[in-house]
Write a protein that binds this ligand. Structure first.
Ligand code: DAH
Length: 340
């Protein structure tokens, strides 16, 4: 028995010290010190010993048990420390002390912000949103809008032609035609989107920019409705104290036509660098739909009247944000974009 115990102590301690990880150590503990372990087995044999051998064997049993328990605890501390050390060591393992990766929260482009605000403002005034193709045919971009064949805007220098009949739309007005071809009055739509012109890039020109077209056709629509809707729309986006000024103008698809200025949101009309000291900023073109346009889409010109307008979204965004160079919108410089 004594001999057996000594042998057990030796092999058990070696097993404990050789345990490569916590799992192996637990395995050794169960094998030697567990409820059905080898030490328990020997303890069970104690009563079979002659009486005079019992005290010495019992003492040794306790000593072995204590020695193994101690060895286990020691090895456990060593293994745990090793694991922590590995975590702290730089390398492919996880370093919990490093700061996390901050998620980059983006924001909408300033043009998109004004675009969305305009869509929402006109939605509140009862306008639904319609879209048309960016590649248009001459009929929708020009003819149906009563723009004659010899009109200067049809010139190759003012329009980006794709072939003899197709072009990149030079304004959003063709969406008016596409909507009216599809349905009967009452029509109350806006059509926001990209338009294209072969302009040389400078502070106020870019070959691609955004417009928002508006169209309202019903019985008894008057110029007073046009003024009310546009003034409210401008106030929604530029501020409740915004004033509008209607100047007589000409567009082939409206009669009468007007250009609309808004009071400068920066100086409120007293004159500053944003508005070129005039107190006013030109924002859109509009007018009462020319009966000639209704004829193209088959509307009854005796029964229906309507108004239309076209807002430059880029210009509106520049005015709102106090930016004097349209190129800033399209350079994708995050230092600029981060500010909005
Ligand atoms: N299509 C015109 C342009 O691009 C803007 C415009 C003017 C649209 C008057 C309209 C309007 O609907 O009635 O310059």
């Amino acid at each position: 028995m004594i001999e057996e115990l000594n042998r057990l102590r030796e092999t058990a301690i070696r097993a404990i010290q050789d345990a490569a990880d916590i799992d192996a150590l637990e395995e050794a503990r169960v094998r030697y010190l567990g409820r059905k372990g080898l030490l328990k087995e020997l303890t069970g044999k104690l009563p079979e010993l002659p009486n005079d051998a019992k005290p010495a064997a019992g003492r040794l049993l306790n000593q072995v048990k204590n020695a193994l328990t101690e060895a286990l605890a020691e090895r456990k501390t060593a293994l745990t420390a090793k694991t922590a050390d590995e975590i702290r060591r730089p390398g492919p393992r996880l370093d919990v002390t490093l700061p996390g990766t901050r998620p980059r929260i983006g924001s909408r482009h300033p043009i998109t912000q004004v675009y969305d605000e305009l869509v929402e403002a006109f939605a509140r005034l009862g306008f639904e949103t319609a879209y048309g193709p960016e590649i248009e045919d001459e009929y929708h971009n020009f003819d149906a809008l009563n723009i004659p064949t010899d009109h200067p805007s049809r010139d190759a220098f003012d329009t980006l032609y794709i072939d003899d009949e197709h072009l990149l739309r030079s304004h959003t007005s063709p969406v008016q035609i596409r909507v009216m071809e599809q349905r009967e009055p009452p029509v109350r739509v806006i059509a926001p989107g990209k338009v294209f012109r072969p302009d040389t890039v400078d502070a106020s020109h870019y070959p691609m920019f955004f417009q928002l077209e508006g169209l309202y056709v019903d019985e008894d629509v008057s110029f007073a409705d046009l003024k009310a809707v546009l003034t409210m729309g401008m106030q929604e986006v530029l501020g409740a104290d915004t004033r509008t000024r209607f100047r007589p103008s000409f567009f082939p698809f409206t009669e009468p036509s007007a250009e609309v200025d808004v009071s400068c949101p920066f100086c409120r009309g007293s004159g500053c660098s944003v508005c070129g000291q005039s107190g006013w900023i030109e924002m859109l073109g509009c007018g009462m739909v020319d009966p000639e346009v209704f004829r193209h889409v088959g509307y009854d010109t005796e029964r229906y009247t309507g108004f239309a307008f076209g807002i430059g979204i880029d210009r509106m965004a520049m005015t709102r944000l106090g930016i004097n160079d349209i190129r800033l919108f399209y350079e994708n410089d995050v230092r600029f974009l981060n500010q909005f």
